[in-house]
Design a protein around this ligand. Sequence first.
Ligand code: NAD
Length: 346
Amino acid sequence: MGRVHAEAARRAGASVVAAVASTPEGADRAARTVGAERGYPDLDALLAEAGVDVVHVCTPNARHAEAVRAALAAGAHVICEKPLAVDGVEAASLADAAVAAGRVATVPFVYRFHPMVRELRSRLADGQAGAVSTVSGGYLQDWLSRPTDDDWRVDPVVGGPSRAFADIGSHWCDLVEFVTGDRIHRLSAQTTTVHARPSSRPTEDAAVVQFATEAGVLGTLVVSQVAAGRKNRLHVEVSGTEASYAFDQEDPERLWVGGRGGNQVLVRDPQTLSPAAARYARLPAGHAQGYQDCFDAFVADTYRAVLDEDRPDGLPTFADGLRTVRITEAVLRSAAAAGEWTEVDR
Ligand SMILES: NC(=O)c1ccc[n+]([C@@H]2O[C@H](COP(=O)([O-])OP(=O)(O)OC[C@H]3O[C@@H](n4cnc5c(N)ncnc54)[C@H](O)[C@@H]3O)[C@@H](O)[C@H]2O)c1
């Protein structure tokens, strides 16, 4: 992700001045990889000498907290990858530290930055769905579908106690709460570990979650990293009495709109989108925008907040990062209690 962040930083007009790696020996290679001016042996040296305004934390999950704390203590603004931390206590302390430091602190829930997601959010806020009754969908991947597939995420010491849900379920929950303006209140979850991988404590390959929101909307969610053929299928369907909407991250230029009198597929066209969505349409209709564009928009909005130009609507902050960590904890709690209904901590 370091490369994706660095590219977005450059496109937002920043200079990528410094990088660190997991070892002092890797400093120069890390700098070359992300196109930074210089590599530093460790974060303390970088913070003492490089004079940075913003630190992007793109390390494995269990390493986020130490880097965030050091960056805030040095007066930097921070973009920290999701999951913000590997447990709620740590995530809450990072959110508090960011507020106490008075720094901008954001988490790349970048799917919020698809124009068609903004269109969906705007239509729901306008009440065009009528009464929303259910939300469904999931996030399916296949890159861990073989028993030999491996990654640091598989090790709970580095990745945290939740794997599939923390890694990708967090994106889905953030997106659903963002577009509906409603929050997941209580849930019942089951998890499964398909492959016995070499690990101190196996983490879930997949999870199925049933939930109710604060407004009483019911929902279901399937998350898997062992679903052959699915790469990044994050899909959401919001069903209302007047209109229903479906968005698929792998086909992000379109929004399906369902109605009793007929269905439509809206295409991303800055000339017909709502102003909130058109703001994120960088290209004319028909020239596809995608994931890096979302990342660019997220980083540009974060930097706008850093420069005090404005506080762009929909910027995902550490409070949102904490929120998804709390949902993840509720999922693990419920799954450990055979799917018992559990409230998400506030
Ligand atoms: N927002 C998104 O869409 C998105 C997508 C993918 C990954 N992520 C998140 O980004 C983070 C990184 O994931 P990734 O897929 O890029 O992993 P990765 O393994 O590809 O990269 C992690 C990098 O961190 C380096 N590193 C490890 N410890 C370090 C330390 N103490 N100091 C400096 N560097 C260190 C490693 O050498 C490696 O280069 C994770 O938290 C992941 O959840 C977010």
